[in-house]
Write a protein that binds this ligand. Structure first.
Ligand code: 8YV
Length: 322
């Protein structure tokens, strides 16, 4: 009996073809209406799932009988109810490492774009506003040799630190749930309390996983600690930041600018952020290069097939259902 796989988001067509050759594949199609209803129906006799960017929990997975693995095409897994998956002995696999450098590149893209007002000055120039030598209104913030504060020194946070230290001769500070002494020494990074990092950094980059400790970690009180010339970057998850508090400090010019790739609600189609010229807003493109997304899909495919063929996948979030 062919095993059944539910594909719950768009995936690489070549990988979809491979899956269809091996398994019975049901693809969830938002154009057919209620996605959760489609998932609830499809998972009843499913053995595996693959995709990204969708909440999977005890509601839309209530009818599972033989589901063995959910293979996420992402490194973040905050959209999955891991406790429920553990209770049902369902493996959750993810795709770490392959997207680290691409996402760190994007973090620096946002840092530099926000620091030098690239999007707003690009529009200003194209609108014919450049009539004389630029003045203070077009000035940006220097980056070379400045202080970069990284909140979350995981793989992506460390890659961002490397870019700052080796590429821009920056002084690196970090805040993490636990000090990472050896890694910090290699990166010439110094540990700071969250308030200390916010007070001392010229650039603050959020690179934490979203979990119960990091939800709304950065709010009005934290923004108040930042320097008026400081730039704030979030490439983690929108819910790590109180979005309204950020909008307020940007409106009041209490910080210089922000660069964002993630938001409370995604896709983001309407927001006060869109009215501001001191924030760069990107559509969750941290890992969005063809090469990296292909590598993520390949890794997720291998995690899925390993589990369905009786092998232990390499990248499990919950290897022993704990
Ligand atoms: C994913 C990401 O592409 O991997 C993650 O956790 O945030 C991105 O790189 C995105 O989550 C897919 O929806």
């Amino acid at each position: 009996m062919r095993k059944k796989v539910v594909v719950f988001s768009q995936i690489d067509s070549e990988i979809l073809s491979r899956l269809e050759a091996q398994y019975t594949v049901v693809s969830i199609n938002p154009k057919l209406g209620d996605v959760n209803a489609q998932i609830q129906a499809a998972v009843q006799d499913a053995d595996g799932m693959i995709g990204a960017g969708r909440v999977l929990n005890e509601v839309n997975l209530a009818a599972v009988n033989q589901l063995k693995i959910i293979s996420s095409i992402s490194v973040g897994y905050d959209n999955y109810d891991v406790n429920y998956l553990n209770s049902q002995h369902i493996w959750l696999a993810n795709t770490p490492h392959v997207l680290t450098e691409t996402t760190a590149d994007l973090a620096f893209t946002l840092l530099m774009s926000a620091a030098r007002q690239v999007p707003s000055l690009d529009q200003w120039t194209k609108q014919g506003q450049w009539k004389r030598t630029v003045g203070e209104a077009q000035f940006g913030q220097g980056i070379f040799g400045k202080t970069l504060g990284i909140i979350g020194l995981g793989n992506i946070g460390a890659a961002i630190a490397r870019r700052g230290f080796y590429g821009f001769n920056m002084n690196i500070l970090y805040h993490n749930r636990h000090e990472k002494i050896e890694l910090a020494q290699a990166l010439n990074a110094q540990y700071r309390s969250l308030d200390g990092l916010l007070q001392q950094s010229d650039f603050v980059v959020v690179a934490v996983d979203l979990n119960s400790d990091s939800k709304e970690l950065i709010g009005a009180k934290e923004f108040k600690q930042m320097q008026k010339h400081a730039v704030f970057v979030n490439i983690a998850r929108g819910s790590v930041v109180d979005e309204q508090a950020l909008i307020d400090v940007l409106k009041q010019h209490k910080i210089f600018a922000a660069g964002l790739d993630v938001y409370h609600k995604e896709p983001l189609q309407v927001s006060e952020l869109f009215e501001l010229n001191n924030v760069v807003t990107l559509p969750h493109v941290g890992s969005a290069t063809a090469e990296t997304r292909q590598q993520m899909a390949e890794l997720a495919y291998k995690n899925l097939v390993d589990a369905l063929e009786g092998r232990t996948p390499r990248y499990l979030v919950n290897p022993d259902f704990s």
